[in-house]
Design a protein around this ligand. Structure first.
Ligand SMILES: Cc1cc2nc3c(=O)[nH]c(=O)nc-3n(C[C@H](O)[C@H](O)[C@H](O)COP(=O)(O)OP(=O)(O)OC[C@H]3O[C@@H](n4cnc5c(N)ncnc54)[C@H](O)[C@@H]3O)c2cc1C
Length: 356
């Protein structure tokens, strides 16, 4: 293990701001994580665990130790006729893991293709896309308690997953490090008309997945087709952080009461909303409003001040066009949130972790 001083974090986070870590170290094994935790007790300084840095906004240089979790390994734990149980280490690249599973015909995360970041961060905000949340397939999450160094395995229920939410953003925030995640995935065939594993249904009714498959001339999709369709849609719709720094959706889609929606629709008849998917329904009185629509209605789509902006194609994404600071992005985010409250009375909530 190598503890470096004054390390630039520019390439370690997707917003691409020029900020530094006072100390920076990569932990490649569980033992290294434990060693670093002991070391932390001796030096008393702030500590930040980092995955791929794709859900973080640094508003300044970090005055303590940044520990990049880089443990690798994927292990098939159980192999049944119709499903597998597989564990991936926290430092595995999320999309490489998706590809690994798709290649083996293990289904459940193909709709989460091309989401940046590491496996270890996936449960934290319960990553989701195209009608699927990672909590649908997580069996358990192994963590280490920062205070005691003790390891624990949390079941899916204990993780208290919600929409872009989990216990790791609430009661366990800053208290544990995620070491690995165990998934239960369904086996599917790579032959379109093979009925052997016929009980699994791909989720194709969200966004334009079916349209994309049609364009690909696929009538009965296999798992690799679904992944390919999702990748193509995402490449077209989302800005590439390598070209314009961003952290994906900056805000969550607000969940509001149906009666508030009805009264808002008197003034804004075109206001879109989603019913939550039945199996994830917390309450039939709640609906989700696309934050992108609210932001666009407030006139922010494509807005730019110096190098901080709102993406012209996807208003949920705030962009660093080059020299914007974290504070510039945060100020823009606050202005957007204020204007949405003023116009609609709806409070947006950031999805991105702001490090200040
Ligand atoms: C272009 C783009 C598109 C995106 N699309 C989506 C999308 O469709 N759906 C979606 O849900 N998200 C999306 N995101 C957000 C992001 O990819 C996810 O939130 C991802 O899971 C973050 O992983 P990461 O490893 O980069 O986490 P980081 O940004 O490194 O960390 C995020 C938080 O988790 C903590 N953390 C990281 N690893 C650990 C660990 N092992 N133990 C304890 N704490 C840890 C960090 O301290 C930080 O607070 C997108 C981001 C980008 C840039």
């Amino acid at each position: 293990m190598h503890l470096d001083q004054k390390v630039s974090l520019k390439t370690h986070h997707t917003f691409g701001m020029e900020v530094e870590a006072r100390y920076f170290v990569e932990a490649k094994t569980h033992t290294e994580v434990l060693t670093l935790l002991n070391y932390r007790h001796m030096i008393h300084m702030p500590i930040l665990f980092l995955g791929g840095g794709s859900n973080i906004l640094f508003t300044r240089s970090f005055p303590g130790i940044v520990i990049k979790i880089n443990s690798k390994g994927i292990e098939l734990k159980e192999d049944y006729d119709d499903h597998v149980v597989v564990t991936a280490e926290a430092g595995e690249n999320w999309d490489d893991f998706v590809q690994y599973c798709v290649d083996r015909g293990w289904a459940g995360i193909e709709n989460l293709s091309l989401i940046p970041g590491k496996v270890g961060a996936a449960p934290i905000q319960n990553i989701g896309a195209y009608g699927v949340e990672v909590s649908d397939v997580i069996q358990s999450v192994q963590v280490i308690e920062i205070e005691t160094g003790k390891q624990k395995r949390l079941t899916n229920a204990e993780c208290q997953f919600g929409y872009r939410d989990s216990i790791f953003k609430n009661a366990l925030k800053g208290k544990v490090i995620i070491l690995n995640v165990t998934f239960k995935l369904q086996k599917v065939s790579d032959l379109p008309d093979d009925k052997v594993f016929g009980s699994y249904h791909f989720r194709l009714d969200y966004g334009d997945i079916r349209g994309e498959l049609e364009q690909m001339a696929v009538t009965i999709p296999v798992i690799s087709d679904v992944r390919e369709a999702i990748c193509q849609i995402r490449r077209r719709k989302l800005p590439d952080p390598a070209i314009a720094g961003n952290a994906g959706s900056f805000f969550k889609n607000p969940v509001i009461e149906k009666k508030l929606l009805i009264s808002l629709q008197e003034r804004f008849p075109a206001m879109p909303f989603y019913q939550q998917v039945p199996e994830k329904l917390v309450s039939s009185d709640l609906v989700k409003i696309p934050a992108a629509w609210l932001i666009e209605q407030c006139g922010w789509k494509g807005y730019r001040i110096h190098d901080a902006g709102v993406h012209p194609g996807q208003p949920l994404v705030l962009v660093n066009y080059g020299t914007a600071t974290g504070t510039d992005i945060l100020e823009l985010a606050n202005q957007i949130m204020d204007s949405v409250v003023q116009k609609f009375g709806i409070q947006l909530e950031p999805e991105v972790n702001v490090i200040s």
